[in-house]
Design a protein around this ligand. Structure first.
Ligand code: NAP
Ligand code: G4F
Length: 350
C-alpha cells in the first residue's frame, strides 16, 4: 500500500486530495497546524476525517516537518500548505515569504536528508505569471509575480526545480490556475459570491460588496485538479505542468452567473467597494493545458457555468439546512462580517 503525506490537509485541496488518495488505496497522512479551535470541517464534510492520520506540523518549524516525514514514511509528499490568500499576503508579506516560500525548502531539505527517493509535488500557481503576461499562459511563459504571495511561490517554484536538477529528487511543479468548490475558503471571490447569493436569496443579507469586477481568471473545479497532482507524481520523469480549463471569465461574469442560478438580477445586489481592491492585481489569467492533456491524459470536465451552479446550489442547501436547525460541519456561520475586520488592507486611506 502506497503512503502519501499531504501538507495542508485541512485546506480545500488537501481535503479533496485526501479523499482521492484514499479511494486509490493509499495510506494517507496529513499535517495540520495547532489552532485554539480545531479546523477539520472539510475532512468531516467529505467523511474522511476518521480515515486519515493526522500529524501536527508547522511550516515555520523544521523539526515538526522532520517528525512528520519520519512518522509517515511517505512514498509521495504533496506540499499544499501555504498562506494562500493573495490579498492577505499584502497584509503579511514577511509571513508569505517565511511560510509560502521558505516552507518549500524546509520540506525539500528534509527529503534530501531523510529519504531522497520520496516524490515531491509543489503547489505552484498561475499567480506566477503576474500582470501583462502573454495569453494563454503555458509552461514556458515568463513569470512576473505581482504580489508577495506570488514572489514567495516563485521562490518555491525555482527551489523545486533546483532540487530536481541538482540532487535528482523527483520534484515537480503543478502550475494550477484558480480552482474552486463548495470547500473553497470564504474570502476567495467565487465562494464569497456563492455564499452571499445564498444568504440574499434566503433573506439573510441585502447586498454583496466586491472589488475589481474586471479581473479575469481561468476557474476550474477543485476535485478534478487534485487528480492532476497525483498524475504528475506517477510519471516516469519529473516535470512541471500547467493545469487549467483554457477559458477565462471575469469576476463580473461569475457574479452574474451565480445570481442567475438563484433567479436574481446581480446588478440589484452587487456594489463595488474600493476596500477590496489590491495594490496590484492581475487582470487576465488563462491557461493552456495542452501538455497535461498530452502527457498526463488530464482534462477538465466542469467548466465555468457548471462550477458557479455547483457552488451556489451547495451554499443554498447549507443555509437552508442551517435555518431548519440542522448541525453539520461547515465554515460560513463562524465567519465574521468583513465590516468588523480591522486590516490595513481594508482601510480606504492606505
Ligand atoms: P487553502 O484552502 O488556503 O489551504 C491552505 C492550507 O495550508 C491549510 O491547510 C492551512 O492550514 C495550511 N497552512 C497555512 N499556513 C500554514 C503553516 N504555517 N504551517 C502549516 N500549514 C499551514 O488553500 P488551497 O486552495 O487548498 O490551496 C492549496 C495549495 O495550492 C496552496 O499552496 C495554494 O497556494 C496553492 N494553489 C491554490 C490554487 C487555488 O486556486 N485553490 C491555485 C494554485 C495554487 P489551516 O487550515 O490551519 O489554515
Ligand atoms: O478569489 P481570489 O482572491 O483569488 P486569486 O487572487 O486569483 O488567488 C487564488 O488563485 C491563485 C491561482 O491563480 C492561487 F494561487 C491563490 O492561492 C488563490 O487560490 O481573487 C480573484 C480575483 C482577483 O483579481 C481579485 O482582485 O477576484 C478579484 N476580486 C474582486 N472582488 C476579489 C473581490 N477577490 C476577493 N477575494 N474578494 C473580493 O471582494
Amino acid at each position: 500500500m502506497k503512503r502519501a503525506l499531504i501538507t495542508g490537509i485541512t485546506g480545500q485541496d488537501g481535503a479533496y486530495l485526501a479523499q482521492f488518495l484514499l479511494d486509490k488505496g493509499y495510506q494517507v497522512y496529513g499535517t495540520y497546524r495547532r489552532l485554539s479551535t480545531p479546523n477539520f470541517w472539510r475532512l468531516q464534510y467529505l467523511d474522511v476525517f476518521d480515515k486519515v492520520n493526522l500529524i501536527p506540523a508547522d511550516l515555520l518549524d523544521t523539526s515538526s516537518i522532520v517528525e512528520a516525514v519520519r512518522v509517515a514514511q511517505p512514498d509521495e509528499i504533496y506540499h499544499l500548505a501555504a498562506q494562500s490568500f493573495v490579498f492577505a499576503s499584502f497584509e503579511q508579506p514577511v509571513g508569505a515569504g517565511e511560510i509560502t516560500g521558505l516552507g518549500v525548502t524546509r520540506i525539500l531539505e528534509v527529503i534530501r536528508e531523510i529519504n531522497p527517493s520520496i516524490r515531491f509535488y509543489q503547489a505552484s500557481t498561475s499567480e506566477l505569471y503576474g500582470r501583462g503576461s502573454t495569453i494563454p499562459q503555458t509552461e514556458s511563459t515568463s513569470f512576473q509575480p505581482s504580489s508577495p504571495y506570488a514572489a514567495a511561490k516563485l521562490y518555491g517554484y525555482w527551489v523545486t526545480r533546483i532540487y530536481r536538477e541538482g540532487y535528482g529528487i523527483f520534484a515537480c511543479n503543478g502550475i494550477l490556475f484558480n480552482h474552486e468548490s463548495p470547500l473553497r475558503g470564504l474570502e476567495f471571490v467565487t465562494r464569497k459570491i456563492s455564499n452571499a447569493v445564498a444568504k440574499i436569496t434566503l433573506g439573510m443579507d441585502k447586498e454583496l460588496r466586491l472589488g475589481n469586477l474586471e479581473a479575469k481568471r481561468d476557474w476550474g473545479y477543485a476535485p478534478e485538479y487534485v487528480e492532476s497532482m497525483w498524475l504528475i507524481l506517477q510519471q516516469d520523469k519529473p516535470d512541471d505542468y500547467v493545469i487549467a480549463t483554457g477559458e477565462a471569465h471575469s469576476v463580473r461574469e461569475f457574479a452574474e452567473r451565480a445570481f442567475t442560478v438563484a433567479g436574481l438580477d446581480w446588478e440589484k445586489y452587487v456594489k463595488v467597494d474600493e476596500r477590496f481592491l489590491r495594490p496590484l492585481d492581475i487582470n487576465f489569467l488563462q491557461g493552456d493545458y495542452s501538455k497535461a492533456r498530452e502527457k498526463l491524459g488530464w482534462q477538465p470536465k466542469v467548466k465555468f457555468d457548471k462550477l458557479a451552479e455547483i457552488m451556489v446550489r451547495e451554499d443554498l442547501n447549507r443555509w437552508g439546512r442551517w435555518l431548519k436547525g440542522e448541525k453539520f460541519p461547515w465554515d460560513a456561520p463562524n465567519y465574521p462580517s468583513e465590516d468588523r475586520i480591522i486590516s490595513r488592507m481594508l482601510k480606504l486611506d492606505r
